[in-house]
Design a protein around this ligand. Structure first.
Ligand SMILES: [Fe+2]
Ligand SMILES: [Fe+2]
Length: 251
């Protein structure tokens, strides 16, 4: 399955951005509840589910805000919002590296079961498959696992790009900091990594975890391209720099 992610092996576009909208806020609420049920049925801890729900809500609200600021039509906004709600549905169990691909497939299935069109389901699926990023954390660990030429398929439309940027924008918010710190403390690999950093730099493990969160935030800030999102990210990044002394960020 994962070999499909090698460079240039996926060549699909997202051709369904036209059309009338098929969902309303009730559907969105239904889907949010569905994501929560899905987490519960996969035995994810309550604390982690709580963090995921906060994260998904944040991405959804950013998708609404920036779809409007970017003058998306209603159909484009709908695809962005549905993708935001469902983008991490496959996270927290199974292979982390595959949560985009798996999540896209699950989302497509759910939308088809709700009676939504093939076009809508496919557009959402593709945006979700393409939310993993080019240089961020998922790509880094996937390169370690699958080799250096590994690359996730990149967003192919302005809608996919917006969903991707709304997702990484959360890494610059206090809620995002809390989520990543929580996940770092529950993931074996991250715990090891923080231990190593702590002993190498002579800092505590908590400081090492915070350092990696700050690095994520800076990386996300640099990856954001869409103007209004960049402006918002800049304000957040400046707040972070004020809160944490530069000497610490550049440790
Ligand atoms: Fe994700
Ligand atoms: Fe996410």
């Amino acid at each position: 399955m994962i070999k499909n992610f090698k460079k240039n092996e996926i060549n699909v576009s997202e051709p369904f951005l036209e059309g009338t909208i098929e969902t309303d806020e009730k559907d969105w609420e239904f889907l949010e509840a569905k994501v929560e049920d899905f987490y519960k049925s996969n035995n994810i801890s309550e604390e982690t589910i709580e963090q995921f729900i906060i994260h998904n809500k944040q991405v959804k609200n950013f998708a609404i805000k920036f779809s409007e600021e970017e003058n998306f039509n209603n159909r484009e906004k709908e695809i962005a919002v549905l993708s935001a709600i469902l983008h991490d549905i496959a996270k927290g169990f199974g292979e982390f590296e595959l949560h985009g691909e798996k999540g896209g497939e699950i989302a497509e299935k759910i939308l088809l079961e709700m009676g939504k069109s093939q076009g809508l389901a496919k557009s959402v699926k593709l945006a979700i498959i393409r939310h993993m990023g080019k240089e961020g954390y998922p790509t880094r660990i996937s390169k370690e696992k699958y080799g250096n030429d590994f690359e996730y398929p990149q967003p192919a439309t302005k809608v996919g790009q917006l969903v991707y940027e709304c997702d990484i924008l959360t890494q610059l918010t206090p809620e995002g900091f809390e989520k990543i710190l929580h996940l770092r403390k529950t993931d074996k690999k991250n715990i090891e990594e923080d231990k190593k950093t702590a002993s190498g730099k002579g800092i505590t493990e908590n400081e090492a975890a915070l350092l990696s969160v700050l690095k994520n935030a800076e990386e996300s800030y640099n990856l954001i391209k869409i103007k209004p999102i960049k402006k918002f990210a800049k304000e957040l990044w400046e707040k972070i720099q004020k809160k944490y002394p530069n000497s610490f960020i550049n440790f």
